[in-house]
Design a protein around this ligand. Sequence first.
Ligand SMILES: Nc1ncnc2c1ncn2[C@@H]1O[C@H](COP(=O)(O)OP(=O)(O)OP(=O)(O)O)[C@@H](O)[C@H]1O
Ligand SMILES: [Mg+2]
Length: 614
Amino acid sequence: MKYQDIDEAFTRTRPSLHTLKRILHFIKPYWREIIAPFIIEAFWAASVAITPFLLMMAIDDFIVPATQGIEGALGVVEMLPREHARNGLLIVSALMTLNVALNVVLQMVQRLFIRRAGEKAINDLRRHMFGHIQRLSMDFFDREKQGRIIARLDRDIENLEPLITFVPLFFVHCIFSFFIVLGILAWNDWRLCGLIVAFSPLVLAAGFVSEKWGLPVYRRIRKTVSTMTSQVAEEVTGVQVVQAFGREEHNLDQYQNLLDQYRSHQVAAAHVRGITFPSMIMVFGIARAGVLLYGAHALSAGHISLGLIPAAMMYIGMIYGPIMMVAHLYDHLLSSSASSERVVQLMDYSPTIVDKPDAKPIPSIEGHVAFEHVYFKYDDEPDTPWILEDIDFEAPVGSIVALVGSTGAGKTSITNLIPRFYEPQQGRILIDGIDICDVTQQSLHEQMGIVLQDNFLFTGTVMDNLLYGRPDATEEEAVEAARELASYDTICNLADGFQTDVRERGGAISHGERQLICFTRAMIANPRILILDEATSAVDTDTEIIIQNALWKLMEGRTTFVVAHRLSTIRHADTILVIEGGRIIEMGDHDTLIANRGEYADMFEEFIRGPDAL
Ligand SMILES: Nc1ncnc2c1ncn2[C@@H]1O[C@H](COP(=O)(O)OP(=O)(O)OP(=O)(O)O)[C@@H](O)[C@H]1O
Ligand SMILES: [Mg+2]
């Protein structure tokens, strides 16, 4: 399935059947817990509708008979003794209080139930999505921005929660209240009921008109706020560049611009509110006045009791309030379903590189690697040029292969194919004679170590990071590995030694220290095949020597592919692949290549003359 860009944060869509089905799948296990709040909701709606009914009872059965009397069978006006009226009213008010208490309890229980069930379903969904993203192939991460992936897992999932919890509950509440109240009214006087129903389209229209009018303004506010937030985020992340280029004033002006926009949108929103809110109140008022007018007429004609009039006034609020909310809720529903659309789209996006159905784990690797006439490009379009062309070489067990060449030549692309992060369109890659496409990716990755240019350290301590590749290793083994690589002293010199807290992306640790930690991490994982993308960043001579020694120790006895920038690493290599424009233009060890007097010899010459590394 094609991954579309529907990521406009403020889009609204109707939920598609497919999306609903995918989301329902996560609710299904909890359907029993979800049903309960809906049943409670019905009782709650009934309980709310009882209060006006009790008021009507109090007026018609006790207040009126006690003050004006009621006509008896012989046309004689009978007065209800005040004593009886008082007792009756006491009972009615006790019932009212009980009803309110019941109302509160029902509301509390219902909220608890729906939250619990909803949270469980949402947690399952989050877990599923997290696992799914971890399995996606690299091409997805090349194309999709980090921020967007995070937003789908974070904001979108949060945003779709009302779709499965409060929105349907509210609809159920509206429907139940509507019918219960209409039932009570119709039972007392069908004309009054008809009148209230007749006004409902007007109320619904008022709700939709004000929502439609207000929505663009509210959306503009939300958009401005989101732009302001992202400006602040960029400012914080790139603060060094901001200061280095002296852009503070300029950025402040930009921010002021946004603030001005924000203020004018807020003023516009206040205007909208200033008009729509009173108009809604007016529609309500008209409906109430209509009911009152009819009530007076019906009362004098003897169609209704006096108590029905105040009760009907209360019922109007109960019916029209939710009707007005429907428009607002509808917008909420569309926003929620746009979020769920985005989540489901990501859910449906499958990894491009999948294990074959009969794929088996690769047996314990010796470390012989062969590229057989490999052709590769990142996209699959027929008319784009190859990034790698006819890459064909062998790396014997335990050998060191150095890849050299100018920037963009294709060195990293070659190393990316060995763990099958990408698949070549033509040719094969064999490890110990086994095509890597025939084995499971996990088994392949487990026996491979990768140290990248941009060394990544995870939040946690240095020790946590060291054990990342082999969680079953003991701390003693980690310390031992650090000693062996001579990174021990460097790590001990950090603020808290092995227990030093590494901030996200390793911000608190220097480049050189980070490299050593990553080498040690790879050493502990003890892979048979090692891939190193040497960092070019300069470190001081002492650290350079430590890093160099650590590197050699790490490479010992493993088949290593190293994208090399250090002359010492390159000279140490058994095979040097000189890559240019995606092709191997020279291959051999240092002495052979120098003797050939080709591209490598020129590069070497330049290196000895100039201060720059290869
Ligand atoms: N993920 C990607 N998607 C599309 N094109 C890519 C991707 N990664 C690299 N390329 C392109 O492939 C070519 C080879 O890139 P590669 O990263 O392999 O070069 P390199 O030799 O490692 O360069 P450097 O020394 O700068 O790291 C470049 O033209 C680059 O723009
Ligand atoms: Mg590279």
